[in-house]
Design a protein around this ligand. Structure first.
Ligand SMILES: *Cc1c(COP(=O)(O)O)cnc(C)c1O
Length: 393
């Protein structure tokens, strides 16, 4: 049955993904089930989305109630869930204002527009420049793609937006060499996700911040993957103790409900005025009720504390695996965002793991990244390690 369904799917879906050969049906806690009832321990959480795990009762009940009240209003009116969500997300992020989007890509898109607008208003000239990082990932729309540091993703779609330059991540001299009077913003992921789980060096982040302050350049942190508790802080910038001017969020923000956001300090946010930016769905009462509930549950269930408690354990266990397998060449990461780099492509290992009941995902060709739901427990980490070792044989 599964094969037939997959065959049917392949006839009608765009061929943009090489999917693993399973059809997922439901989830509970840190486990997923396929349509045959096979159980999988999930260390990908839908690419770092399902932070609270599957079928969280408090979360699901709040959404069910909101469905019966109101899904959508447009942004011409206020609604209570979005007011509350805006208060909560600005509070936990330490930013002053938020614009809700429908995805991570759109959050990056908004951040780029904000940077351009800021520069344009201040200097009254267009053609400003943005510095991004090699091997970064910021999304697939034309704007977000323009600042994505993987040439293979960009090239087939050029010309993209102009004025984007790429520096080497963790190489401050390379950043400095690209700065000039037209530089409006520097965008980076404090921990590169898709690029292979590369945390920024503390010195690098501090130096970038210093340059931004000195030259009045906006610092944009894309925390779509590394934010919302992954590091044990709400945002990785709080871990690094270096505050950006603009922050993008998505993935875990709605725990499965599609919602993103870009946030900014008061000084910067004010540059977008009526008519500059908009969205029909963005921040509707359904998705913002999800945001409300996510943050409420983070507080009630002390999610950040839990991440801090288990992430050291995951680190130790992965170190152990690395020390016993020569094909593993590096182990990197912070909190519950860790990666193992192999000397070989990891596709076959991941296939084997899935066969053995463990869902893992790659980052690039040679890295397996570990992005479990943030409610993961030590025993479940042990189970993961056992299946991983078995799959490496
Ligand atoms: C996933 C991701 C995006 C894109 O988010 P979408 O919701 O897929 O549009 C952008 N930046 C980073 C760092 C991401 O991990």
């Amino acid at each position: 049955m599964v094969n037939n369904l997959i065959e049917e799917a392949e006839k009608v879906l765009f061929k943009t993904y090489k999917r693993y050969q399973i059809i997922l049906d439901k989830g509970e806690g840190v486990y997923l089930y396929d349509i045959n009832g096979k159980k999988y321990l999930d260390f990908s959480a839908g690419i770092g989305v399902y932070a609270l795990g599957y079928a969280n009762i408090k979360f699901n009940n709040a959404l069910k109630q909101q469905i019966d009240k109101l899904l959508h209003t447009s942004n011409y009116y206020y609604n209570l869930p979005s007011i509350n969500a805006a208060k909560k997300i600005t509070k936990v992020s330490g930013m002053d204002r938020v614009f809700f989007t429908n995805s991570g890509t759109e959050a990056v898109e908004g951040a780029i527009k904000l940077a351009r607008r800021y520069y344009y208003d201040k200097y009254n000239i267009a053609n400003s420049e943005i510095i991004s990082m090699n091997s970064s990932f910021h999304g697939r729309s034309m704007g977000a793609l323009s600042v994505t540091g993987t040439k293979k993703y960009r090239e087939p779609f050029e010309p993209l937006i102009g004025g984007v330059k790429f520096a080497n991540f963790n190489d401050i001299e390379s950043v400095k060499s690209l700065i000039n009077k037209k530089t409006a913003a520097i965008i980076l992921e404090p921990i590169q996700g898709e690029g292979g789980i590369y945390p920024a060096d503390k010195d690098f982040i501090n130096e970038v911040k210093k340059i931004c302050v000195e030259s009045d350049i906006l610092l944009i942190f894309d925390e779509i993957q590394c934010g919302m508790g992954r590091t044990g802080e709400y945002f990785a910038y709080q871990y690094y103790n270096v505050k950006p001017d603009v922050l993008t969020v998505a993935k875990a923000l709605g725990c499965g409900v599609p919602v993103g956001a870009f946030l900014a300090s008061e000084k910067v946010a004010g540059y977008l005025v009526p008519g500059d930016h908009g969205t029909t769905y963005g921040g509707n009462p359904f998705v913002t009720e999800a945001v409300n509930k996510v943050i409420e549950i983070y507080e009630e269930d002390e999610i950040l504390k839990k991440v801090k408690e288990v992430s050291g354990y995951l680190f130790e266990k992965l170190e152990e695996v690395k020390s016993k397998h020569d094909i593993i060449v590096d182990h990197r990461g912070i909190g519950l965002m860790q990666g193992l780099e192999f000397s070989i492509p990891v596709g076959p290992i991941i296939n084997k793991a899935i066969e053995n009941g463990l869902i893992l995902i790659a980052a690039g060709t040679n890295v397996i990244r570990f992005l479990p739901p943030l409610i993961i427990k030590k025993e479940e980490i042990d189970d993961m390690i056992n299946i991983l070792i078995k799959s490496l044989k």
